[in-house]
Design a protein around this ligand. Structure first.
Ligand SMILES: NC(=O)c1ccc[n+]([C@@H]2O[C@H](COP(=O)([O-])OP(=O)(O)OC[C@H]3O[C@@H](n4cnc5c(N)ncnc54)[C@H](OP(=O)(O)O)[C@@H]3O)[C@@H](O)[C@H]2O)c1
Length: 266
């Protein structure tokens, strides 16, 4: 049976199962899930009555041709070794693990391998899943996976050499931008009588509206800055300070993240 198997029912695994099933792209009879702890398997069975639950990774591998590895990077190798005896070589392995490259995955499994990097915002059907197919992945399998991930947001096909920087933007990005929203709101509350809660509410709504505005109008961020930061006005003072100091902050942050990215899973 060509069902989709998900190994690891943590943050990402449960998000994918919820997204695939609630979007209707898959039915419960087309998905099999397993996870290390019985508690996680029970949680999945309770959330999605009728879904396939496998007691072990090998049992799942015997039932599914497409197997999504939603375990931490350090666990990918062990899980692949574990399911190997239950596989016939025709499977399509889809790894979500940051930092575990196609060469390494293809060294462990010589069949079809894809890397897919979703983002936490896929929970609400937004954001971009990065997809990078290995050399053995045929057209049918490629389109199937791209279609599946399209049900939880956008899909962008990327070359593996682009993946670290693209991951920083799409997958780490929500964390980075949330930190920026928090700092901006905190600074406004700190310098005024506006409460922290109301400042955060305003900053969050403004961030969402700004992203929607850029997306809908097609203006660049520079265009928008030019519209808002009129000469001698209030915004101009803030933008000037940000443009003087933020490039260095972001250069350092991106360099540190790229360094850490290279070390994950090693
Ligand atoms: N979090 C993100 O925003 C994000 C974004 C893109 C990609 N990723 C990638 O997605 C993967 C999963 O991340 P996550 O945030 O979902 O991690 P997580 O919440 O820790 O989930 C991993 C799950 O794997 C299960 N697991 C561990 N060892 C296992 C084994 N031997 N057999 C079966 N299940 C096992 C654990 O199950 P139990 O709970 O049952 O023990 C755990 O719930 C990682 O490789 C990460 O790099 C994450």
């Amino acid at each position: 049976m060509d069902c989709i198997g998900v190994i690891g029912y943590g943050h990402m695994g449960s998000m994918l199962v919820d997204g695939f099933l609630s979007s209707g792209v898959l039915g419960v009879d087309e998905v099999v899930v397993t996870s290390r702890r019985q508690e996680s398997r029970d949680a999945c069975a309770a959330a999605w009555p009728g879904i396939g639950i496998a007691a072990t990774n090998s049992e799942l591998a015997r039932q599914c041709r497409t197997i999504i590895l939603a375990v931490r990077p350090q666990e990918v190798k062990d899980v692949l070794h574990e399911i190997f005896p239950a596989m016939d070589g025709d499977e399509h392995i889809v790894s979500l693990a940051a930092g575990v490259g196609l060469t390494e995955l293809e060294g462990l499994f010589s069949g079809s391998v894809t890397r897919a990097i979703p983002t936490i915002t896929s929970t609400i059907g937004q954001g971009t899943t990065l997809v990078c197919h290995g050399r053995q992945v045929g057209m049918h399998d490629a389109l199937r996976i791209e279609g599946l991930f399209s049900s939880i947001g956008n899909v962008m096909l990327v070359g593996e050499e682009e993946l670290p920087a693209a991951t920083i933007l799409s997958s780490c990005g929500p964390g980075l931008l949330a930190a920026v929203i928090e700092e901006l709101a905190g600074a406004a509350a700190h310098a005024s009588s506006l409460s922290g809660d109301r400042a955060l509410e305003l900053a969050t709504e403004t961030a969402a509206a700004t992203a929607a505005y850029l997306r809908e109008t097609g203006e660049t961020p520079g265009d928008l800055v030019g519209r808002v930061a009129t000469g001698g006005g209030v915004t101009e003072v803030g933008v000037k300070g940000i443009r003087e100091r933020l490039p260095e902050v972001f250069d350092e942050a991106v360099a540190a993240m790229l360094e850490r990215y290279g070390a994950v899973g090693k």
